[in-house]
Write a protein that binds this ligand. Sequence first.
Ligand SMILES: Nc1ncnc2c1ncn2[C@@H]1O[C@H](COP(=O)(O)OP(=O)(O)OP(=O)(O)O)[C@@H](O)[C@H]1O
Ligand SMILES: [Mg+2]
Length: 412
Amino acid sequence: MPKQDQNLIVGLDIGTTKICCVVADLQPDGRLDIIGIGTHSSRGLRKGVVIDIDSTVESMRMAVEEAEMMAGVEINMVYAGIAGGHIKSGNSNGVVATKNNEVTAADIQRVLDAARAQNVPMDREIIHVIPQEFILDGQDGIKEPLGMSGVRLEARVHIVTGAVASAQNIIKCINRCGLDVGDIILEQLASAETVLTSDEKELGVCLLDIGGGTTDIAIFSEGHIKHTAVLAIGGDHITNDIAVGLRTPTREAEALKRKYGCALSSLVDPEETIDVPSIGERKPRSLARHILAEIIEPRVEELFTLVNREISRSGFEEQITAGVVLTGGSAITEGMVELAEEVFNKPVRRGLPQGIGGLTDVVSSPIYSTAVGLVQFASLNEREMSNRFTPAESRATRSTFQRFVDRVRGAF
Ligand SMILES: Nc1ncnc2c1ncn2[C@@H]1O[C@H](COP(=O)(O)OP(=O)(O)OP(=O)(O)O)[C@@H](O)[C@H]1O
Ligand SMILES: [Mg+2]
């Protein structure tokens, strides 16, 4: 098989329930065509964090091999997602004076460095420093200041940090598969890249990626990221509630949830019945479907209430004019959108990967938002870097996280 070349961008979503590898081919017009996809169930993670390296490596290998077969290339570098309760984020700013009354790439780098210069504890690592806007001599709302005239350059940024150990374990697993890490990207930023429209981000929107082990939150307004958070609750909690409530094995509970689950019990016909397999040798029982919905509803309501609290705490509640977008596997459940509209009192829609070509029918599910978003996020980032910096400069200004990736790699 030919080796991965410069035009191929590979995303690796290391989720709690599945590991998914997506290969995208960058077209000359900037479009990304999905040419390979591999998915394997994941057993080495809890609540979005790697807890068993061997199992994770095994699942990762399978997913990557499957994607390689489909794309007909040998993968050697991936952009991976990171999530988990250890993720923290906040906004910061920095100010510098431009050197020659005109903003250069070096000035931009200096102002971003100034904005990130805050006390990060030893056990945490900066994952992203995302510019929200630049302010040049008091003029705000500037997206790209390069080449503009002015003296006082200010940057407002969103900073995401994560536990060093969690990030190290992700890198370790990828390296053990014989792959390099291009970068590590916060999962909801990846999902947002493919699921949200630019109008929504401009108007103000909250993205919820409800996976198996975590619910990842991202709030955008005025076109840029304002707030990120991760809650350690996801679809697996719903499955557990069903298993306990209906006294049925977890595997059956999962199947029942997928086939008959509904998050809003009032949407279910009270007459409808379903068969519930019992534990052991006992015969299946017949049950009203709304009882299943009555188990799911309080758990999802609890989740949305926690999200609502997080939104209020963020201080951006008033800015979410375009409402809430749900993605991730758990967003598939019937009634999710309706229940979310009740709790949030805002318009809600389900979001799928958008803006790609190639195997779009295969990845057209909320389950693939993070994996597809990873390649889109990575591609956009690379393009921004190459517009702003020469190749030599961009090597010199590689993110601190990239340097961290290199350091971890050197440790093996
Ligand atoms: N058709 C379906 N109906 C309802 N729920 C579903 C369906 N398909 C998948 N799910 C649920 O979606 C969840 C998995 O979603 P997803 O694949 O986005 O998670 P993940 O990325 O592996 O996990 P995380 O992001 O939390 O680490 C599981 O809890 C699963 O039960
Ligand atoms: Mg996920």
